[in-house]
Design a protein around this ligand. Structure first.
Ligand code: C5P
Length: 236
């Protein structure tokens, strides 16, 4: 059974900045689930993952792999040794690539982290998708089709906007996970995110995990902001 959770996006440039932030949470009973993305991983390498894991956090390693199936399979088998809880690929790599990713990620004993796929990045507009990528479909149909491909490849779910979580669940079933960034408090700054919603609304629409960055990392009191997010999303 998958536990719904709030995932904090650790978009920091160094281990030092990351640990300064994480030290704020050292007396918290609930260890936050953390997302490590390209910036921090490329800056610090696998040691940052091991160190954060050692501190007892769950980790979503957000590296969005997209290459030929053989390369992705081999890269995933290296990442599987890091023992993260969730990682991802681009669904645009095709069903074959996603199947190869799953194979590479699965350890000899059959265990593996959750594997999810990015459908269309939320920074891609329908207009650019049609004009530059020559995809002659609506962005919503594309997202649903990529989610169906992801399910056909045997992955666990997709990253999408919370506003798309309902249609993905409708097309792929309620067990198929939706991991959604673009979450803001009702009284908070939107920043550069466009299609946003609140933690409570994200849960109502069907998000299983929300990925929250600046509303927590840039808050005057990050621990209070995290607690508020958990309370609104999980109703705890
Ligand atoms: O600071 P903020 O809450 O906007 O952070 C959201 C996080 O989710 C960032 O790490 C961002 O890269 C990531 N993300 C996103 N939209 C996507 C995929 C990932 O905002 N479609």
């Amino acid at each position: 059974m998958i536990q719904n959770d709030v995932i904090i996006a650790c978009d920091f440039k160094s281990a030092e900045d990351t640990f300064r932030f994480l030290d704020l949470f050292k007396d918290e009973e609930r260890k936050p689930f953390l997302k490590i993305g390209m910036e921090l991983y490329y800056a610090e390498g696998p040691s940052i993952v091991r160190e954060i894991k050692r501190r007892g956090h769950k980790i979503f390693l957000d590296l969005k792999l997209h290459d030929i199936p053989n390369t992705v399979k081999k890269a995933m088998s290296v990442l599987s040794r890091l023992d993260v809880d969730m990682t991802n690929v681009h669904a645009a790599g095709t069903i074959d690539m996603m199947k190869a990713a799953l194979e590479g990620l699965t350890r000899e004993d059959g265990t593996r982290p959750l594997l999810i796929a990015v459908t269309q990045l939320t920074s891609t507009s329908e207009e650019r998708m049609q004009q530059e990528l020559l995809i002659n479909a609506s962005i919503n149909d594309t997202i649903v089709k990529y989610a169906q491909n992801t399910k056909a490849a045997g992955l666990n779910g997709v990253v999408c906007s919370p506003l798309e979580a309902g249609m993905v669940k409708e097309a792929c079933g309620k067990e198929f996970l939706t991991i959604t960034p673009g979450v803001r408090f009702a009284d908070g700054e939107v920043g550069d995110q466009v299609r946003v919603t609140t933690p409570a609304r994200a849960r109502e629409i069907g998000s299983d995990f929300i990925v929250v960055g600046r509303p927590i990392t840039a808050a005057a009191d990050p621990v209070a902001a995290y607690r508020r997010c958990v309370a609104e999303f999980l109703g705890e």
